[in-house]
Structure formats: C-alpha cells, structure tokens
Design a protein around this ligand. Structure first.
Ligand SMILES: [Zn+2]
Length: 208
C-alpha cells in the first residue's frame, strides 16, 4: 500500500471537542464569585489533541487569583507565574514564553503597562506551548469572553498574535470554536496579521 498512513490523516477536531470545551467553560463559570458573574472577564477552555486523540483538557480564567479555593486553582491553570523571568507586568521583561521564544503583548489603551499574559488564552497557551512538543498538537479553544458589548467567542488581538506565534513556531495547529461549536482553524491570517479576517470567520454563522 502506498500513500498516506493512518497517522498522516489524523482526523481534525470536531464539534464535540468544542462542546467538551464549552461544557468546561460552564463548569468554570460555576466556580466564580457572584461579583465575577457580571463585568468583563473571560473563561476559556482548550482541548489538546495528538494524532487525533485528546491528551488534555484545560481551562483558564482571566482573573486567576492565588487567594482562591483549592478547587478553583485545580480547575483553572495559572499560566506564566508572576515571578517568571518573562512575566510581562514589568515593561522590561521579554514576555510570555512560547517554545523558547518570548511573545510580548502590546500595551493596550487604558493600561499603564504592556499586557501581562493574564488573558485566559495566554494562560492556556503558556501551559501547553511553553516547550515545543515533539509530536504535532492540535489546540482547540472555546472562548467565553464577556464584556459590556456582550459575549464573544473570539480572542483579543494580542492573544490572536500569540496563537499565531505558537502556530508558526511550536508545532501546533490552533482552532477556535465559533458560537455553533464548529472548530475554525487559524490559517494564513497569521502571515498577514489579519485579526479582523480571523474574527470575521469565527463570527460568521456556521462559518467554516
Ligand atoms: Zn487576549
């Protein structure tokens, strides 16, 4: 027999991976304080797959806090620790580590310092893309970002760039689930730094 082997054609992530991550987000929201149920924050979950098999499911909350319960800290990954050499709360630090390189978020309007890697997606990316995996990984994100404008399934522009960094350097494929729980693969938007194009694809009803 010639041609592709089974390993070469590992199936891409499906709606059920998105549903799994979506359910994790619902569980995570249940662990938040009542004051966190409103206001602007993000709960995101990520299914990590290798050769088509799920090897991990992880969740993150944009306002992770060390003072919280064991259950909270067990459920939500912390991401890059505050005392990590790369931690970007300090303007002179290199950024969030991704495969031995550092990705620094841009300074956002209204913030005094460059972004901290506090976003839920940044915490998840750090957890699985800090070191390069020998085998290619699929990372399937379900994002529940809530602010005054409503609920969003898209990453922020900085996390989009961080996802691109991981895709380009870390031997991973990145998928973001849309609101209908279809996984949308991050594609050539990275080469063009086309955040608008990627979010348009995610926001498109039934988008492919
Ligand atoms: Zn972000």
């Amino acid at each position: 027999m010639t041609g592709a082997t089974v390993k070469d054609v590992a199936p891409p992530p499906t709606e059920s991976d998105c549903e799994k991550a979506d359910n994790q987000n619902t569980t995570g929201r249940g662990l938040l304080h009542s004051s966190e149920k409103t206001g602007s924050n993000t709960v995101s979950s990520m299914v990590v797959k290798q050769n088509g098999s799920t090897i991990a499911t992880r969740s993150a909350f944009s306002r992770w806090s060390r003072s919280r319960s064991k259950k909270f800290k067990k459920f939500f990954v912390r991401g890059q620790p505050m005392n990590d050499p790369g931690r970007t709360t300090h303007p002179d630090k290199p950024g969030v580590e991704q495969c031995g390189a550092f990705h620094k978020h841009k300074k956002r309007p209204g913030r005094h310092k460059p972004d901290t890697g506090c976003d839920a997606e940044a915490r998840l990316l750090y957890t699985y893309a800090k070191r390069q995996s020998k085998e290619p990984l699929d990372m399937v994100f379900k994002i529940d970002w809530r602010n005054a404008d409503g609920n969003h399934a898209i990453p922020c522009p900085d996390c989009f760039r961080m996802m691109c960094h991981a895709k380009t350097n870390c031997n991973v494929k990145i998928y973001v689930c849309n609101k209908e729980n279809r996984p949308i693969e991050l594609d050539n938007e990275c080469e063009n730094d086309d955040y608008e194009g990627f979010t348009r694809r995610i926001n498109k009803m039934g988008g492919k």
